[in-house]
Design a protein around this ligand. Structure first.
Ligand SMILES: Cc1cc2nc3c(=O)[nH]c(=O)nc-3n(C[C@H](O)[C@H](O)[C@H](O)COP(=O)(O)OP(=O)(O)OC[C@H]3O[C@@H](n4cnc5c(N)ncnc54)[C@H](O)[C@@H]3O)c2cc1C
Length: 309
């Protein structure tokens, strides 16, 4: 039988939002557990050169997160990255989070489960995943030293990936089906690099190769031409999927699959907060994730004080 354990606060996700909430909850002496089912740090764990987090000229994601994790743990928060959540019941009192190993009862749940990368939407994706199709330039980029690389996407993540991959590739194509959404500074850096060829209004229609990816078929929407491009690897950055599957039966979600909650991070269920990129909001940045984590933690403490009289 699974062990039953009570916690004041359970935080789901150890990204910027979850770890900030953990730091604040721990500092307010709340018995706090963070459950993480991927990499501590979430989206930012592997990012290089973060230049817009206040207080740092430039910082690596890994360094920022390691410090934040230490801060949260120093204040007593426990972070468990090995026990996966199987089921949540949020409407009950206490709220129940059942993991593979334990059953947690808690008064507050802070959902900070963020988002994941969207997969390349072609049937060949499965065949070439890890054999030419990649999602993490920092993890897999070095394998393409001197090779021909394509990046798919037109937002900040895609342009950052393309800029980074120019370290390795002899040639880097940026292929996007419409116009850029990335910020001007990143676009300008990319355009200035002679290794880069930008192909906007261009769709990737097929992937080909024997054991590994060897070429992609592209369709130029302006000219109506179909071409074959030799590429050794393609790094896909075409958007994200909010991590909300676990909460589908418990909370109403927005059309984009995020959790509706205002600036106070309160969801429709008392004692349940949504913080960071998983919350429906316009601006999704590290600073806004940290801000949500702060708000959720401070209002969680208020809620707990009232609950406990
Ligand atoms: C390549 C890249 C570069 C970026 N650069 C910048 C930048 O320079 N400046 C900036 O301000 N922003 C940047 N961003 C955006 C920024 O990273 C995000 O806004 C921020 O990290 C969101 O934090 P979060 O904690 O809300 O979510 P996430 O970082 O997505 O973290 C959520 C965490 O929850 C975990 N999780 C999900 N589901 C579960 C579950 N069921 N159980 C347990 N854990 C779960 C995930 O594994 C993850 O660790 C960048 C994003 C990317 C992808």
């Amino acid at each position: 039988m699974k062990e039953r354990i009570h916690k004041d606060v359970i935080i789901i996700g150890a990204g910027m939002a979850g770890l900030t909430a953990a730091l604040y909850c721990g500092r307010m002496n709340l018995d706090t557990l963070v459950l993480e089912n991927g990499i501590i740090g979430g989206q930012i764990a592997n990012a290089t050169d973060i230049e817009n987090f206040p207080g740092f000229i430039s910082v690596k994601g890994g360094d920022l997160i390691a410090t934040l994790q230490q801060q949260a743990e120093n204040f007593g928060a426990i972070i468990d990255e090995f026990d996966e959540i199987e089921h949540v019941t949020l409407k009950s009192s206490p709220k129940i989070i059942e993991t593979q190993e334990k059953i947690y009862e808690c008064d507050v749940v802070i959902i900070a489960s963020g988002m994941n990368r969207r997969k390349l939407p072609l049937p060949e994706e499965k065949k070439f995943a890890g054999r030419g199709v990649h999602y993490c330039q920092l993890c897999d980029g070095a394998a393409y030293n001197g090779k021909i690389i394509a990046v798919m996407g037109g937002g900040n993540a895609a342009v950052d990936a393309a800029n980074f991959l120019t370290k390795y590739g002899q040639k880097v194509y940026l292929i996007h089906r419409s116009e850029f959404r990335a910020d001007e500074v990143s676009q300008k850096r990319l355009r200035a690099n002679k290794k880069v060829e930008i192909m906007l209004q261009t769709e990737i229609k097929a992937l080909r190769g024997d054991k590994r990816l060897e070429e992609v078929e592209i369709f130029d929407k302006k000219s109506g031409e179909t071409k074959t491009l030799h590429v050794d690897g393609i790094f896909v950055n075409i958007g994200v999927v909010p991590n909300t599957k676990l909460f589908e039966d418990e909370l109403k979600l927005t059309a984009s699959g995020r959790i509706p909650a205002g600036e106070d991070c309160k969801t429709e269920i008392e004692g349940v907060f949504a913080a960071g990129d998983v919350r429906e909001k316009e601006i999704r940045q590290l600073t806004t994730a940290a801000s949500d984590g702060t708000t959720a933690a401070l209002l969680a403490e208020k809620y707990l004080s009232k609950l406990k009289g």
